[in-house]
Design a protein around this ligand. Structure first.
Ligand SMILES: [Zn+2]
Length: 116
């Protein structure tokens, strides 16, 4: 029996990079890399490299703690995550630093300045 060329790790939610529609996404391991594989009903399949070290990616997943709540929520829950982000009462991500997700889809032409 043939096997797939990747290892399925988890299922999550993401957005289509073209229409920003919320889509299901598989997290897969393939050839030492971690990919997010999305499927939009309009724009089809999209595969995004999210890590180039599987063990480091898994270690990052082990860091979990109760979420910090802001002193004041800025947006109501109306459409659900991620459309109400700003922070809404359903926000689960820890407040820490500005989070900029850079993937292989980034063309570095946005107006955000990142200092490393
Ligand atoms: Zn789409």
């Amino acid at each position: 029996m043939p096997t797939r060329p990747y290892l399925f790790y988890a299922l999550t939610n993401s957005v289509c990079s073209k229409c920003l529609t919320k889509v299901e996404a598989k997290i897969i391991f393939q050839e030492g890399n971690v990919y997010l594989v999305k499927h939009c009903l309009i724009h089809g399949r999209e595969e995004v490299l999210i890590a180039d070290d599987i063990e480091y990616y898994k270690q990052c997943q082990e860091f979990i703690k109760p979420g910090d709540m802001p002193h004041r929520f800025n947006t109501p829950i109306k459409y659900g995550c991620p459309y109400d982000c700003g922070l809404c009462p359903d926000h689960e991500q820890h407040s820490c630093l500005t989070l900029v997700e850079v993937s292989d889809r980034c063309n570095l032409s946005c107006p955000i300045w990142v200092v490393f």
